[in-house]
Design a protein around this ligand. Sequence first.
Ligand code: IVH
Length: 679
Amino acid sequence: MTVRPAARAAELREQLKQHDYRYYVLDEPSIPDAEYDRLMAELRALEAAHPDLVTPDSPTQRVSGTPSAAFGEVVHQVPMLSLDNAFSEEDLAAFDRRIHERLEVQGDLDYVAEPKLDGLAIAVIYRAGRLEQAATRGDGVTGEDVTANVRTVRSVPHRLRGRVPPLIEARGEVFMPLKGFERMNARARERGEKVFVNPRNAAAGSLRQLDPRVSAARPLDAFFYGLGVLDGAPLPKGQAELLDWLRALGLPVSPDTRAVRGVAGCLSYYREMAARRRSLPYQIDGVVYKLESRADQERLGFVSRAPRWAIAHKFPAEEALTVVRDIEFNVGRTGALTPIARLEPVFVGGVTVSNVTLHNIDEVHRKDVRVGDTVVVRRAGDVIPELVSVILDKRPMKAGRRTEPQSRQVELPARCPVCDSLVLRVEGEAVARCTGGFTCRAQRQEALRHFASRRALDIEGLGDKVVEQLVEHELVRSPADLYSLTAEQLAGLERMGEKSAANLVAAIDRSKDTTLPRLLYALGIREVGEATALALARHFGTLEALMKAGEEEIQQVEDVGPVVAAQVAAFFASVDHTNVIKALRKKGVKWPEVARAPAGAGAALAGRTFVLTGALGSMTREEAEEALTARGAKVSGSVSKKTSYVVAGADPGSKLARARELGIPVLDEEGLRALLRGG
Ligand code: IVH
């Protein structure tokens, strides 16, 4: 579809005006800066190609900034200019080349490199060393009088120091340091007040507060980097000298400015600042290079609104707009369903992003992300890309309707997109999981690994690497398939000799003689650990009895609540699972009936959690763990507030210290034995 240039230009102008209004008047920007820049660049390109389309009120014809009528106006005696941008090394090289050509010089040029602070430009006039007036940049010619507010910025001196000129206008940037920004937003959130989207908007909003007392409470800071009018003192010979002088007058100057030589020097500064960007206490969106020599600056002069002797080298934009093509659910190795937004590929933070995780269904609903939505995507540094927000204004609406969106809210699928098993979500938990276990391709590997693990069917030699290959080559789909594997098949796997293949076949064969608690644990039913498996086995006696039981009956088992009962019932409701059990039996896997015990018996330590540290003298750690779990206790690897006891043997590790810190009872070996005896 081609849009007529005139129509497109009008559309762009209207959009830019809307954004300007939201940005400058409401302090509520609705799109990322980079998107604004893109709209502006498109309009500029259109107007360059069709000069007759330029209107006097086009946003391209003025420098941004609409002075608010609420503040007094200040006309800048020396206009406040803007900077051209370089987005690549080529742009920078071209800038340097143009200077060489204009000045007709050769060899590396001297520059001063500075951080490009992400705040807002101000001009502060000192007469006889006293702060007289402070103004925003406004449209570059006329700004707002923000003297009362700037006076509240701690780092801006009310009086200059040393030998002061009769009149000096210092120019710089007011910004909000990150710490202050976060603190301020946290407080605003607590009170249910408006939070600022970023430190720059917070700085702008704070400086343009009508009540200076409000401004004073905002954590603003400033750095100076330039000069407006100057009276009664010689102009510094270059940018480095100017910065030194400003410092000497008591004005804050960034500690990160540096004299550099040639394009190579500029680039190494750029890389260094890009690397430090995340650890700086304030936000920067790039660096600025300024030709050192003032005489050369004057010879070069300006083009439209920007000097020819300086350029901003921007870091890749960290936020961009794109469209959500689809929202899919990914099934992980543990069965967790993770919603993923498939995006129209977009270049952001230096890479192309086409997928972002939405973490869980609550997050999808909180952000109200839908298919077809235009969204803000952010990738800062090496951080994983994230979907920041939805631009609701851009949500596609039904034809002829203003308020009825085409899209519907995303729902959690009732069945697994990979294996069609039921999806269950434990109440109070964010994650939803597929109940498929080893019948689900996505979970097969994890499920088999679990099935073979020591406390399950204990198949020695069936390690992660082997399981991985068995699943990959589709030699094993369910645990029952393990019992058909031949030594020849196994010997064909990577890093598997004939001897170990034969050993593994023997180990698989040995595992056929098992127990009901081990089998129940091995099946990998969600929420069913060793203690629960034991309790279920003792309560029902046989697998058949458990499989026939309804949720309510399962809840009769000691320590089994509705959450566990639902998982167990859902597991056995699946035909795939009952087929696996049948197949296991057919292959000769046996588990004798368990003597049914009245509730509570044998589970003397149910509900307790133990952590073992250090070596025990009379038993191995495994034996201790087995003895504990057989009595219904849980054994965990790390100490937390939930730990009931820490058992400390010889040479205990940091777990003991942690237990003392948390005031958790510590048992020695004798204490453990007494507890196991029931004494
Ligand atoms: S010099 C004639 N130096 O960037 C030169 N500007 O994109 C005018 N900025 O309006 C500006 N850090 O608000 C300069 N070290 C720095 C800067 C800087 C941030 C801002 C300033 C300016 C904008 C231009």
